[in-house]
Design a protein around this ligand. Structure first.
Ligand code: SF4
Length: 525
């Protein structure tokens, strides 16, 4: 018997007591497809129902503060069912940059494909910089509220009271911040696990909270205030980005006890955040050797019940300062392939200085490649179309089309034109790398055209084609053969001769020939 049938007006009563849905999560649970879900479905070429189900299950977030939606935010999503996303960090420091500089970085980040941008300003004018960034940005903006908190306390984090922090979160939520990194998962009882680390606590937020706890000998006030924070974030639909305050800052500290103790706390907080109607994603490390990345991603997904994983890099080696956009791009590609939903970019300036406009560009290009290759490896529908179109243009020596399809057309064209700038070379069947005589794609083109005329090879190929039930190709008309190809025909006879000499290896030679031939016809095997 249906248990609900014995309770008259059960559904009506439940509805009566349920708070009105505010967040995307609550709407999805109530089976309401919001305009933001519709927009995201269109962008991702997924069904709105899929978006609804993913958001309801917590596997996808739509970071869209209600205030920012009113000032031009274009909704996007972060989750394993959608394409892998990238985040760019901008923001000033006490030493350098200003509002104009940060807006220039924002523009660069969006131009090169950042899906979200975090304003990590820690210098002067934090408030007005953030306000102008939110107003100018069509992509979600994330922040780390503890940074502004510290500025307001004059650098004395121990002076912070929980209410201070709640007020700061509310202030930023009112400004329109779409997601916030808050280090609630760093617990007093886990601090001792970092004492033998090579690089200690490298998260700024994590180290600040650790200092507060050591001074006051109390639990993390952000952990204790978690439910109150949820209530503020729910009002504006600010998405949680649960900070990984104990992430490893070096390969030597990767996957250690401290990191995983905090991850368990983040799993608990994910569930509590969902219970209070907020959207949640979870941040992850940092510095991880390649062989541990898949395990890290899978463990996060399991411990945090499938909440989207937002990884910082990770760097796969520590020995290349100045090139950490490359060391981390390798890790980010593997993490994306393993299931990370968003990759936080790293610039060449990582560990060395505040990134400038050009560093932002380099970081974004590296991460666009990482996210795209991860999407290809995860076989997302249609994601390889641009690669295939570019490959076809490359084989057809259609240089202008290659530039058009390139991730960074300006750089691709500039490199090509460094040596062959004239327009005539935009249709040349070679570039300066191998030159006209050694261009292997040109040679392949020649082979394809001359192949059907090489009768000794053709006869064996015909046999192979007959065996495989395939139609033989038609040779091109003779008049189209250039002189150079006739020289090849003269060169052919010694090859069958070597067939006779290499008696025992005839089969091997034949199979090689047929493989070359099949490949030239675009056949496999
Ligand atoms: S010359 Fe070499 S690098 Fe240039 S198109 Fe030909 S094969 Fe490619």
């Amino acid at each position: 018997m249906n248990r609900l049938a014995v309770v008259p007006n059960f559904r009506k009563e439940v509805t009566w007591h349920m708070p009105k849905p505010i967040t995307q999560l609550e709407n999805a649970r109530a089976r309401t497809i919001t305009p933001e879900m519709e927009a995201v479905a269109k962008r991702e070429q997924l069904e709105p129902e899929t978006i609804l189900q993913e958001v309801a299950a917590g596997r996808m977030v739509i970071p869209a503060n209600r205030v920012h939606l009113e000032t031009g935010l274009e909704p996007m999503c972060i989750g394993i069912a959608s394409k892998c996303k990238i985040n760019a960090n901008i923001g000033n420091s006490a030493v350098t940059s200003d509002q104009a500089g940060e807006l220039e970085k924002l523009e660069t980040a969006i131009h090169f494909g950042a899906d979200t941008v975090m304003d990590l300003s820690t210098g002067n004018d934090i408030d007005s910089i953030r306000k102008s960034i939110i107003e100018a940005s069509p992509v979600p903006i994330g922040t780390v509220p503890i940074y502004q908190m510290l500025e307001e306390l004059g650098g004395e984090i121990e002076e912070m009271r929980p209410q201070h922090f709640l007020d700061m979160v509310e202030h930023q939520a009112k400004q329109g911040v779409d997601y916030m990194t808050i280090h609630c998962g760093v617990k007093f009882e886990h601090l001792h696990l970092t004492t033998n680390r090579v690089t200690g606590i490298v998260s700024r937020g994590g180290s600040l909270m650790a200092k507060w706890m050591m001074v006051h000998r109390k639990e993390n006030p952000l952990y204790d205030s978690f439910d109150d924070l949820c209530d503020i974030m729910r009002q504006y639909d600010v998405t949680w980005s649960l900070g990984d305050g104990l992430r490893p800052g070096s390969l030597a500290d990767a996957s250690d006890e401290a990191q995983f103790a905090e991850l368990d706390v983040l799993g608990e907080l994910t569930q509590r955040g969902w219970d209070r109607g907020t959207q949640v994603m979870v941040e992850g490390p940092g510095h991880i050797p390649m062989d541990q990345i898949k395990m890290n991603v899978e463990r996060q997904i399991e411990v945090c019940h499938g909440a989207p994983f937002y990884v910082l890099g990770p760097l796969v080696t520590d020995f290349a300062p100045g090139y950490d956009h490359i060391t981390s791009c390798i890790g980010a590609s593997l993490a994306g392939w393993a299931g990370a939903a968003m990759l936080c970019y790293v610039t060449p300036k990582e560990h060395l200085g505040l990134p400038e406009r050009e560093d932002v560009k380099q970081g974004l290009i590296a991460y666009k490649i990482a996210a795209h290759s991860a999407d290809i490896a995860r076989q997302r529908p249609g994601v390889r179309d641009q690669d295939d179109a570019l490959s076809r243009a490359r084989f057809a020596f259609d240089w202008n089309e290659q530039f058009r399809l390139a991730l960074d057309p300006e750089t691709a064209k500039a490199y090509h034109d460094e040596t062959l700038p004239q327009d005539t070379f935009k249709s040349a069947h070679f570039c300066s790398m191998c030159g006209p005589k050694y261009c292997s794609m040109k040679i392949t083109e020649d082979i394809r055209e001359m192949g059907p005329r090489a009768s000794w090879l053709n006869s064996r190929c015909q046999k192979k084609l007959r065996q495989e039930n395939l139609d033989p190709p038609q040779p091109p008309p003779k008049r189209h053969l250039p002189k150079q190809r006739r020289r090849w025909r003269v060169f052919v006879p010694p090859i069958p001769f070597s067939f006779r000499l290499a008696k025992g290896t005839c089969h091997e030679i034949f199979s090689n020939c047929s493989r070359v031939w099949s490949a030239s016809l675009g056949l496999s095997g």
